[in-house]
Design a protein around this ligand. Structure first.
Ligand code: 4NP
Length: 154
């Protein structure tokens, strides 16, 4: 079983979407996907209602997810840790205990080498069009990532 953790700041907007989208593209018997926030603002909260709505409009249910904070033990529990932006990257790397921990952490949009934009913008203070944009960026990146992960495990 390979495990993948999606990380953003609050774990209510971007990483719950990345979590739900990637999960929908991988066989659940072989992959475990989760998400977390570097901050503790929304521990125990449902995803933002706009993330729930945009996911639902694309046939993905993320309404059962619950916010949690990133833990140092996540470096042991997960094979891959994908962060949404450079600030998330710094926050996670600051908690790393070894080069092995650091090697697990990647920017989500780097999975698509052709992608000029390297960060998933935070839609929290935006509107539904920002959430739709984030969904599209993540859906494209997760399509590529799911193929890579399935090939790696074959
Ligand atoms: P996320 O967005 O990191 O994509 O979940 C945010 C959600 C909440 C806050 C910031 C970003 N906040 O400051 O509460």
């Amino acid at each position: 079983m390979k495990s993948i953790l999606m990380v953003c700041l609050g774990n209510i907007c971007r990483s719950p979407l990345a979590h739900g989208i990637l999960e929908s593209k991988l066989p659940e018997s072989e992959f475990y996907v989760d998400s977390a926030g570097t901050a503790n603002y929304h521990v125990g909260d449902l995803p933002d209602h706009r993330s729930i709505a945009v996911a639902k409009s694309h046939g993905i249910d993320i309404s059962h997810q619950s916010g949690r904070q990133f833990l140092v033990s996540d470096f042991d529990a997960f094979d891959h840790i994908f962060v949404m932006d450079h600030s998330n990257f710094t926050n996670v790397i600051n908690l790393a205990r070894s080069n092995e921990d650091i090697a697990k952490v990647k920017l989500m949009l780097e999975v698509n080498a052709n992608n000029k934009q390297q960060h998933v913008p935070d839609p929290y203070y935006g509107d539904m069009s920002d959430f739709e944009h984030v969904f599209k960026l993540l859906d494209k990146a997760c399509a590529k990532l799911s193929k890579t992960l399935i090939n790696e495990s074959a």
